[in-house]
Write a protein that binds this ligand. Structure first.
Ligand SMILES: [Fe+2]
Length: 268
């Protein structure tokens, strides 16, 4: 039975002292790779954006070192903090690809680019919509999972909902034209989200570092441990998934160094 593991919003920075809230993103990712990815050995590991926090070459180089010997194929898609050049660095690794659609069992996983340069909220431009539609037209009856960084529908958290996909209605229209789209999976929101709408499941994923509480009016940190979403893809059965979390937040009690300033405007 094919297994897909989604990790999202790694927020690795050039400075090892960077903390996402009180979480050390490097220590947290190392724990997840050790305690989830290596034991599970998923058929495919999806990294759904914001792999880097600062877009630096150092952040991607560090991440490449962590991913290089993982026992699985890895698919990356961009988040609002990522830089194409950095993702290109990762794509040089043997089992890593960026924005490539993949078969996993009898399902097609189709990554969608929702990023706009220098903008926190997302948009799927006309060219990307046309590209997706063309691929979907070629996979008429096969179940398809769309994967993108930004949340395409409101999640009920006012501050986050201002930072989602700004043309979600165009994606909804595309989904209605293609009933073989089984699910839309995404990151960006640093929390669990599940809703079925017009026959498609919308599934949000926790971050591998800081968490945001569901329903928050304004930027707030949650104390849930870091995690990801595990999909088990039985043939001819509805999509099944569950959230996996570490049993504690690594380095949560370590205070950030004095030199680090909290961001004035948080950017998920
Ligand atoms: Fe993001």
């Amino acid at each position: 039975m094919p297994v897909l593991l989604q990790l999202s919003d790694l927020h690795i920075a050039a400075d090892p002292a960077y903390r996402a809230g009180s979480v050390d993103p490097r220590a947290s990712l190392r724990a997840i790779l050790k305690e989830m990815v290596r034991p599970i050995k998923p058929d495919l590991l999806l990294l759904s954006g914001d792999l880097s926090h600062d877009g630096s070459g150092e952040s991607y180089a560090w991440l490449a070192g962590q991913l290089a010997d993982l026992p699985c194929e890895i698919l990356c898609l961009p988040g609002n903090h990522d830089r194409p050049q950095g993702l290109g660095t990762l794509a040089k690794l043997p089992r890593v690809s960026v924005m490539a659609s993949k078969w996993i069992g009898d399902r097609r996983l189709l990554p969608v680019d929702s990023c706009v340069p220098n903008q926190t909220s997302g948009n799927i431009d006309e060219r990307e919509l046309a590209r997706i539609e063309s691929i979907l037209d070629d996979h008429g009856d096969q179940p398809v999972i769309l994967a993108l960084h930004h949340h395409p529908i409101a999640i009920g958290s006012p501050w986050m909902d201002r930072l989602g996909l700004d043309n979600g209605e165009e994606l909804q229209a595309l989904i209605q034209r293609h009933p073989n789209i089984e699910a839309v999976i995404f990151g960006h929101i640093h929390q669990t989200f599940e809703k079925t709408q017009a026959g498609a499941a919308y599934l949000g994923c926790p971050s591998t570092c800081s968490q945001f509480p569901p329903g928050a009016e304004t930027f707030t940190l949650d104390h849930q441990p870091p995690g990801g979403r595990l999909f088990t893809l039985h043939a001819d059965s509805p999509l099944q998934s569950r959230i996996l979390r570490l049993d504690r937040t690594p380095s949560a009690k370590e205070p950030p160094r004095r030199t680090q300033r909290a961001p004035r405007t948080p950017s998920p």
